[in-house]
Design a protein. Structure first.
Length: 132
């Protein structure tokens, strides 16, 4: 388990999204409310990524949801969870790791464990089937 804080968190996020295929669950509005620049860079990277990306977003903000749905990249897939789910962290599953971050308090952890990453991946896959 590795712990990151302050300026390390955005750098780590950029490294993950630019260099790995991943599955993610987050509320883009809550996740990035304190740092719109990170969100802008993130959306730009989604448009050009060569990696497979599958995201579940939790938001009632339809314009924001539509922005993600309009990303035109064959490697990118997005679904939204219906209803109001208060999910204020970012969870990214990649390789045999799980990245969990709270950008509002500017902390993140990366857990490198095959069984834990597989469990999070199974949870993501189950939620993917429920999402629209």
């Amino acid at each position: 388990i590795r712990y990151y804080e302050k300026s390390q968190t955005p750098k780590l996020l950029k490294q993950i999204i630019n260099n790995h295929s991943f599955k993610a669950i987050y509320d883009p509005e809550t996740t990035y409310k304190n740092n719109r620049q990170i969100m802008k860079e993130f959306v730009e990277s989604l448009n050009t990524s060569k990696h497979d990306i599958r995201e579940i977003i939790c938001t009632k903000n339809k314009p924001l949801e539509n922005m993600f749905r309009k990303i035109d990249n064959t490697n990118y897939n997005v679904k939204a969870l219906p209803g109001s789910i208060n999910y204020t962290i970012d969870t990214i599953i990649f390789d045999n790791k799980v990245y969990i971050a709270n950008y509002n308090s500017d902390v993140a952890v990366v857990i490198e464990d095959e069984q834990m990453s597989k469990s999070f991946e199974n949870l993501h896959d189950w939620l993917w089937e429920k999402a629209i």
